[in-house]
Write a protein that binds this ligand. Structure first.
Ligand code: MN
Length: 508
């Protein structure tokens, strides 16, 4: 029965490819290779489909007031699959009160797919609010978004990727917050569209809503947990969440604030860095960025094929962003010195920053997201050397066992696997992993969970040396001086380490 209505109510379609006729299996494979998602499956799912109403309990009554400013939705596509693009548009039309949408502006960033030419014009002509712009040559997402923005006229703009699906009531919460404070940029609670089955994965982020945060050295975003301060400040699960960074696939912003911020940096190429730039500057220049939990949109995350060309472009973009906004912290990002790619002239961006009298980046670290982790700039940082066996250091290059990695006692070389940081959350961290005291006398690391507990360490200062203590246990070297052990603290030099203190904690 399910096969009769694939996709309805956010369900997906799982095909057993081995059971498909040979020709069809080929088409399926080809579709995956072409698009990084299965357009073959997407074609079998209706362009118009219902999604479940996943709104939190209080949302309906919070956002009944519909006297809101109008919105222009701006969607860029470059050879997006027909069905994916049109499903995005239908989902906007079907889940938004008509009087709130002024226009949907589609910008074709020089697609070559024939179906996106006349056939698309023909199809969208049924929507009086849809406008189709064509870029003559490839602009890249960033400049194409600005092309769409220049064409738009509503007081609020929503930039949306061409592979999204909106849930009922998605727009009102985003715009309500902007109507209250026009220098707040809002983003929805994001869910996922599976790139192979097109099933909607509801991420049900409620009290523990994940937030996007900046990563160093590449200034991309990663998901992290809300800071404790933020968790305590929020009274209801429907309250907006201050967000240090954004994913970038759905962004709502007032026209005047976006203009005042100088829009996106037009010197950024193709893709990447623009979300980081916008996040940092809205925070530093007197505005903010929030996730609005009552607004729900699903976005298809699909793997981007890495290419050397894109990698260099991305590094060029973040070099621009770090040199304009990061002050002395730019030294912790990639390519800040332009050694990988010349990042061009940034003088007008710096002039903009000056004219808006934006805060220094330090403000971001103290007021916006004190938990921000910057490798190489921890409270303590660098190699951790044993006092008794002074030619040996903590080294993260041990073997993997399930979800944990063994830590070794190894000759000090001071390179990657021996560079440790003590974070604001009192994690002892290298790479994406944290020292964890859960495993009896084994000294191991696990994925950082941001929950303190077994990953919270006290670096106890002791006459120029330190103890590494968690839950009453200390990291030490065994009596035969050959291995690491986690044991009751006893203050012998075998448990003492030298580790350089770098700065004062931002959070006490
Ligand atoms: Mn996307």
């Amino acid at each position: 029965m399910e096969l009769m209505d694939p996709g309805v109510n956010g369900t997906g379609l799982m095909l057993n490819v081995t059971k498909l006729p040979k020709e069809e299996a080929k088409k399926f494979q080809r579709s995956l290779e072409q698009r990084e998602y299965s357009s073959y499956i997407s074609s079998l799912i209706p362009l118009q489909r219902s999604l479940p109403d996943v709104r939190l309990k209080g949302c309906h009554s919070l956002y009944t007031y519909l006297n809101l400013p109008e919105t222009s939705v701006i969607i860029i596509f470059h050879n997006e699959h027909w069905s994916v693009l049109l499903r995005t548009i239908h989902s906007i039309m079907d889940n938004t009160p008509p009087h709130l949408i002024k226009e949907i502006i589609l910008v074709d960033d020089a697609s070559t797919d024939e179906v996106l030419k006349e056939p698309l014009e023909e199809y969208v002509s049924r929507f009086s609010k849809v406008q189709l712009l064509r870029a003559e040559s490839r602009q890249g997402l960033i400049r194409a978004r600005m092309m769409g923005f220049e064409q738009s006229t509503a007081p609020v703009a929503v930039f949306m990727d061409a592979h999204c699906e909106c849930f009922p009531g998605w727009l009102e919460p985003l715009v309500t917050r902007i109507a209250e404070n026009q220098s707040i940029i809002t983003t929805p609670n994001l869910h996922g569209v599976d790139s192979e089955s097109f099933k909607i994965n509801e991420w049900g982020q409620r009290k523990n809503l994940g937030i996007p945060v900046l990563t160093f050295p590449n200034l991309f975003f990663t998901w992290s947990s809300m800071s404790e301060v933020e968790r305590k400040k929020r009274k209801r699960e429907t309250d907006p969440v201050r967000s240090p960074a954004m994913v970038g696939c759905v962004i709502a912003v007032s026209r005047s604030w976006f203009k005042k911020l100088g829009m996106f940096d037009p010197g950024l190429e193709i893709w990447g860095g623009e979300n980081t730039e916008l996040s940092i500057k809205t925070w530093l220049c007197g505005g903010g960025l929030e996730i609005i939990p009552c607004s729900n949109v699903a976005h298809m995350y699909h793997p981007h094929r890495p290419s050397e060309e894109n990698d260099i472009r991305y590094k060029r973009n973040i070099a621009r962003v770090s040199n304009v906004w990061l002050d002395k912290y730019k030294h912790f990002t990639d390519n800040y010195d332009g050694s990988i790619a010349d990042y061009g002239d940034i003088s007008d961006r710096i002039a903009l920053r000056d004219s808006l009298k934006c805060h220094p980046f330090e403000f971001y670290l103290t007021h916006v997201y004190p938990d921000q982790f910057i490798p190489g700039n921890g409270i303590y940082t660098g190699p951790v050397r044993n006092v008794e066996v002074s030619f040996h250091c903590l080294d993260s290059g041990g073997g993997k066992h399930g979800d944990s990695v063994n830590i070794l006692l190894y000759s000090c070389h001071g390179q990657g696997s021996q560079l440790w940081d003590l974070t604001e959350r009192r994690e002892i961290r290298t790479g994406g992993r944290c020292l964890d005291s859960e495993y009896g006398d084994n000294v191991v690391m696990r994925k950082c969970n941001g929950q303190r507990g077994n990953q919270e360490w006290h670096v106890v200062s002791l006459e120029g040396h330190v103890l590494l203590r968690s839950n009453g246990y200390c990291v030490g070297v065994t009596k035969n001086k050959s291995a690491l052990v986690l044991e009751k603290c006893h203050n012998s030099p075998l448990q003492q380490w030298t580790w350089k203190q770098n700065r004062k904690p931002r959070i006490s």
